[in-house]
Design a binder for this molecule. Structure first.
Ligand code: AMP
Ligand code: MG
Length: 422
């Protein structure tokens, strides 16, 4: 009977590309969830952190502000010249007598009267009574006098005090992602420290007896371990630098112990390999033993079908399939959004766009696919070598084409959904 159920399971399983679980009480249909469902579930179960840290503004690139930043000063802090030229005591005439000079950084403030001009330079303080600044290109100057080519309007080329922001106004709001320009802006206001959301500490566990680090010579049956360096680099690129890597052989106790200790130490745990159905894949069993809350196992996608996602309190645990291209696809589609949402970002998915297919591609099977591609000026080239064990196409790509389940083939001229890689 069990054998018949097993055959039935294989037949239907491959027909629908769904999964069937055989239990002693009967057959339990375990329909693989779809890509959009998996994306939503990760989103739903990822809780933005409430942990904040106060860090130097200079080191805050890529963090999200956890508090409004209030300007402690007016910017500019004084009435300021926007040009190299002449500050004018009046605007109803075109000839002026020259009475002094102010350069950037000067603190002295010469008197200026109607009919008088003062030589002035960009960034220098403008005397309170000056009515305008004229560009030096628009003036004929002798040693003691200047003559304007044309009349000038009041306040021309003067930056009023507090023109950009006034003392006590909000400079940047809570929730803003800090960019290079943001760091510059905060520096102009003299802000040395900011309160930001803490980024997660990430533990990467690689499993597999066959794996050796690059630098050693390969013995028979061995391959180089690539997922830890690849995922670490992808994390760094996303601004996550608190990363620790662990490795474990394909043994149950060792696997369970290393996962247990990583869950204690880190907020986000990425496990590579050992999550499939082989006799030496112990990650699923270990995770279930550790009483994590399983959110899903297996997604109707290629590559990356055996993706496992679980939570433990507010921690996220992803068990990524070991094939390198599967691991990295799953990272970009599921892990990265979780990391960014956790870190306070309001936009956390990679940007999607449309592109026009340049070649034909036949999709086998009913799973949705993520295809390594080059997208340039709206044209999409799907690369050769899409197998999940291969990284060459990924290394050359700048995008993933998303083919939903119902698409069976791509023809030149078709509009494709493109996920832009960072
Ligand atoms: P697994 O998911 O453990 O069954 O592994 C699937 C395939 O990916 C196997 O061919 C492994 O050798 C390979 N693989 C697993 N982990 C890694 C890794 N960290 N680096 C490179 N290849 C790996
Ligand atoms: Mg393995």
């Amino acid at each position: 009977m069990a054998f018949l159920l097993y055959i039935f399971q294989i037949y239907l399983g491959s027909f629908y590309e769904n999964e069937f679980r055989c239990t002693f009480t009967g057959i339990e249909l375990q329909v693989m969830i779809t890509v959009p469902q998996a994306i939503q579930l990760v989103e739903k179960h990822t809780i933005p952190t409430s942990n904040t840290i106060n860090i130097p503004t200079t080191g805050s690139l890529g963090y999200v502000l956890a508090k409004d930043v209030v300007s402690p000063i007016n910017m500019p802090p004084f009435k300021q010249s926007a040009m190299d030229g002449y500050a004018l005591g009046s605007t109803n005439q075109t000839e002026f007598s020259l009475v002094g000079e102010i350069k950037a950084g000067d603190a002295h403030m010469p008197e200026i009267k109607e009919g008088e001009a003062i030589r002035i330079f960009t960034g220098a303080p403008v005397p309170p009574k000056a009515m305008a600044v004229v560009m030096q290109e628009k003036v004929d100057a002798s040693g003691t006098h200047i003559k304007l080519h044309e009349p000038i309007v009041a306040n021309a080329n003067i930056r009023p005090m507090g023109e950009q922001i006034k003392t006590g106004d909000i400079a940047l709001q809570k929730g803003t992602k800090i960019t290079a320009s943001g760091i510059g802006y905060l520096a102009t206001l003299g802000i040395t420290h900011v309160e930001v959301y803490k980024k997660p500490s990430v533990g990467i566990i690689t499993t597999g007896n066959e794996l050796v680090p690059p630098g050693q010579s390969l013995k028979p049956g061995q391959i180089y371990e690539s997922n830890s360096s690849m995922l670490t680099a992808a994390l760094y690129q996303s601004g996550i630098t608190e990363v620790s890597c662990y490795k474990v052989v394909d043994e149950y106790d060792a696997t369970r112990n290393i996962i247990e200790s990583a869950v204690q130490k880190h907020e986000m745990i990425l496990i590579s390999g050992g999550i499939s159905v082989g006799d030496y894949d112990f990650v699923g069993k270990a995770l279930r033993e550790l009483n994590v809350t399983e959110i899903f196992y297996k997604v109707k996608q290629k590559p990356g079908k055996p993706l496992f996602y679980a939570t433990k309190e507010d921690k996220n645990i992803f068990a990524l399939p070991g094939n390198p291209a599967s691991s990295l696809s799953c990272f970009y589609i599921y892990v990265l959004p979780a990391l960014l949402k956790y870190s306070g970002f309001s936009e956390y998915h990679l940007q999607r766009s449309k592109g026009v297919a340049q070649s034909k591609y036949i999709k086998k099977g009913q799973r949705a696919e993520f295809l390594k591609a080059i997208c340039k000026e709206g044209k999409v080239i799907i690369l050769d070598g899409q197998a999940s064990s291969m990284l060459r196409s990924f290394a050359l790509s700048n995008a993933l084409v998303y083919l939903p389940e119902d698409i069976t083939e791509v023809n030149p001229g078709d509009t494709l959904e493109v996920i832009n890689l960072p």
